[in-house]
Design a protein around this ligand. Structure first.
Ligand code: PGA
Length: 248
C-alpha cells in the first residue's frame, strides 16, 4: 500500500516569524496522522522551518533549485545548499515556474537528477492547460511531461519520486478536477511509468493531485484508488485548514 503524502506549497508567502508560529500551531494538530506531512516554504524561511519542525512529524521542502552544484548563477540555490541545511524535499517543475521562469522538461530532468545526487526527494509537477484539456490532449501532455522528467533515471530513483498531477486550470482558481477525472489522469501517468519502468516500479510511485485542494474536497480526492495525497497551495497557508486536509 502506498502512503498518502500531503505537501503544502506556500509559494511566495510567509515571513520567518509567521513560519515559526505556523509550525508551532500545526505540529500538535497533525502529530497523530499516518500520512506524511511536508511544508515547501520560501528559501528565506527554510532554516527557521527546519529548526522549528525538529522533533515533529513535519518535513520541510524547498520550491525550486538549480541543477548545477555551484558557480556563477547569481540568485540561484543548488541542491547541495539545500541539503546542507537538512532540507528533505524540493518541488521541481511547478507550472508557475514553467510559465514565468522558462522551466522546461529538460531543466526539470536535470534538476531531478541533481536532487537525487544530493539525497533530496523531488516533488515533480506535471499538468495540462485548459486549452490542452479542451482539445482532448490531457493524457498525451501529462504522460509526455512525465516521460521527459524521468528520462535516464534508475528504477530505484523513479520509485522514490513524488509526482504531483496539477491541472493548470485548477491551480488557485477554486476549480477542482472531479475525483474521477483526477484519478484517471493519474492512472495515465502510472501506466506510462509502468510501460517504461515496469509495473512494480509504477505501483510504488506516489502520485499526488494538486489544484484547489481544500478541507472540503480532500477526503473525496484522496480516497480515490490512485491519488496518493495532494500538493496544496492556498489552503496550506492556514494551519487549521491545512491540518484538516492532512487528517482528511
Ligand atoms: P492551489 O495551488 O492549491 O492554491 O490551487 C496548488 C499548487 O500550485 O501547488
Amino acid at each position: 500500500m502506498r502512503k498518502k503524502i500531503i505537501a503544502g506549497n506556500w509559494k511566495m508567502n510567509m515571513l520567518p516569524g509567521e513560519t515559526i508560529e505556523f509550525i508551532n500551531e500545526l505540529a500538535p494538530l497533525v502529530k497523530n496522522t499516518e500520512n506524511e506531512v511536508i511544508l515547501c516554504v520560501p528559501y528565506t524561511d527554510l532554516f527557521y522551518a527546519i529548526l522549528t519542525a525538529q522533533g515533529t512529524n513535519i518535513k520541510i521542502g524547498a520550491q525550486n533549485m538549480h541543477y548545477e552544484e555551484k558557480g556563477a548563477y547569481t540568485g540561484e540555490v543548488s541542491a547541495q545548499m539545500l541539503k546542507a541545511i537538512n532540507v528533505e524535499y524540493v518541488i521541481i517543475g511547478h507550472s508557475e515556474r514553467r510559465q514565468y521562469y522558462n522551466e522546461t522538461d529538460e531543466t526539470v530532468n536535470k534538476k531531478i537528477k541533481s536532487a537525487f545526487a544530493n539525497n533530496l526527494k523531488p516533488i515533480v509537477c506535471v499538468g495540462e492547460t485548459l486549452e490542452e484539456r479542451e482539445e482532448g490532449k490531457t493524457a498525451e501532455i501529462i504522460t509526455k511531461q512525465t516521460e521527459l522528467a524521468l528520462n535516464g533515471l534508475k528504477n530505484d530513483e523513479v520509485e522514490n519520486i513524488i509526482i504531483a498531477y496539477e491541472p493548470i486550470w485548477a491551480i488557485g482558481t477554486g476549480k477542482t478536477a472531479t475525483s474521477d477525472d483526477a484519478n484517471n489522469s493519474i492512472k495515465e501517468i502510472r501506466n506510462k511509468i509502468a510501460q517504461i519502468y515496469g509495473q512494480n516500479v509504477a505501483s510504488r510511485v506516489i502520485i499526488q493531485y494538486g489544484g484547489s485542494v481544500k478541507s472540503t474536497n480532500a477526503k473525496e480526492l484522496f480516497s480515490m484508488s490512485d491519488i496518493d495525497g495532494g500538493l496544496v497551495g492556498g489552503a496550506s497557508l492556514k494551519a487549521e485548514e491545512f491540518s484538516k486536509i492532512v487528517n482528511f
